[in-house]
Ligand binder design. Structure first.
Ligand SMILES: [Fe+2]
Length: 385
């Protein structure tokens, strides 16, 4: 959805003959989203992306629910997720509803025995630790600490991690992940008051056309099942593509905070949205500058939304005893607010170094067994004094 892009060689007119050097036709693929009404790209493969050789029996990767209905404020130590050798094994789903799944991963690497595609969810991978390169048929996207990598559903990918020390926060959205509509004009361009602009997009680069025949295993996740299909052609055999549907990245460090004289509410931190959720970036910023301003947030009742905060770095001003990678879940229907002492502590402060990602699912989330393993005892009592 970001901006029109084209890479490599494409014919002047879509759906017309476009031949290889040997005179045979390239294989055109229209890759669309939301039926035919969403963003789309057109890619030209050396060979059709349909040549299936065989498949394995699917197996379930559906998250196991521990707490289906929850009313309690909870907290989870995300960095206690154990590192695992391979990317797919390392992905642990912690919270689910019908709109999205939210999880963490600490992969040591990505086995090159397979490619992965999420067939029914867009993915947002927030890179808390690690550097590397996302590889797709659209090109490569190098990533680093602080990047949000947005991968539209159906995109076949591999990741080259530079080291074994990686920590990821992963959102799977069953609707397209987009930049907030309020920041865009009728033409899709980001407006002057948007906290980021088109220059902040990290777009696919270095399109490499791989012509290789063999058996290429694509692991596809759909409806809680994992399928392995083996194809005759390398999935990155694209000579050119254009359109609006492709993976991209954007850094949390490029999010320019909006500040005011008195406390401004969370929508000013909004970075992305999907159906029934928003994702916000809390970044280092100057505090409210009214002489009597209270920079810490007021107590609030989020009656229509769960609130998940993932703490990345810095000293989170409204919380006590919160570490990197920790998650708090403040469920809808419960008032919550700064921890004891945090409001008084914030008065007169000029700035904050806090860095956090907030995910607000508008429908309540269920909590998985993987999440319960990380939970902090008696977090609900943390406001008592
Ligand atoms: Fe809140």
């Amino acid at each position: 959805m970001p901006i029109y892009q084209r890479m490599g060689k494409i014919p002047q007119k879509r759906h017309t003959t476009f031949r290889k050097e040997d005179g045979s036709l390239n294989a055109e693929e229209v890759f669309g989203t939301a039926g035919i009404g969403g963003t789309a790209s057109i890619a030209y493969h050396l060979n059709p992306p349909t040549r299936i050789i065989r498949y394995d029996e699917p197996y379930s990767v559906a998250p196991e629910i521990a707490i289906e209905k929850n009313m309690k404020p909870l907290s989870f130590k995300g960095f206690e997720i154990e590192p695992e050798e391979d990317y797919l094994e390392s992905r642990k789903t912690l919270f689910v509803n019908n709109d999205m799944h939210i999880g963490l991963a600490a992969p040591k690497g990505f086995s090159k025995d397979y490619f992965f595609k999420n067939s029914d969810a867009d993915e947002m991978i927030f890179v808390h630790k690690g550097t590397g390169t996302l590889k797709t048929m659209y090109g490569k996207i190098p990533f680093e600490y602080g990047d949000y990598i947005i991968i539209p559903r159906g995109t076949v990918y591999q990741i080259d991690f530079d080291t074994e020390d990686n920590r990821l926060l992963i959102v799977e959205s069953f609707s397209p992940i987009r930049t907030p509509e309020k920041y865009r004009n009728n033409f899709g361009q980001l407006l002057e008051h948007s906290p980021f602009c088109e220059r902040d997009y990290k777009l696919p680069q270095d399109l490499e056309t791989i012509e290789e025949e063999g058996e290429f295993k694509i692991m596809s996740k759909k409806q809680g099942m994992m399928y392995a299909y083996y194809y005759k052609d390398h999935p990155f055999d694209v000579v050119g593509w254009d359109g609006y549907n492709y993976p991209y990245a954007m850094s949390i460090h490029d999010f320019e905070p909006i500040t005011g004289r008195i406390h401004l509410p969370p929508p000013i931190h909004q970075h992305f949205e999907g159906n029934n959720f928003v994702i916000c970036s809390f970044v280092p910023r100057l505090y409210d500058y009214h002489p009597d301003a209270i920079p810490a947030p007021y107590h609030h009742s989020n009656v229509d939304s769960d609130e998940l905060l993932y703490y990345v770095d810095g000293d989170f001003m409204s919380r006590n005893n919160i570490g990197k990678g920790q998650i708090t879940l403040h469920p809808s229907g419960m008032p919550h607010g700064p921890h004891p002492g945090a409001i008084e502590r914030s008065v007169g402060k000029k700035s904050t170094e806090e860095l956090a990602v907030m995910i607000d699912p508008f429908n309540p989330v269920s909590i998985t067994k993987e999440a319960v393993k990380l939970s902090v005892d008696d977090y609900y009592k943390s406001w008592l004094y």
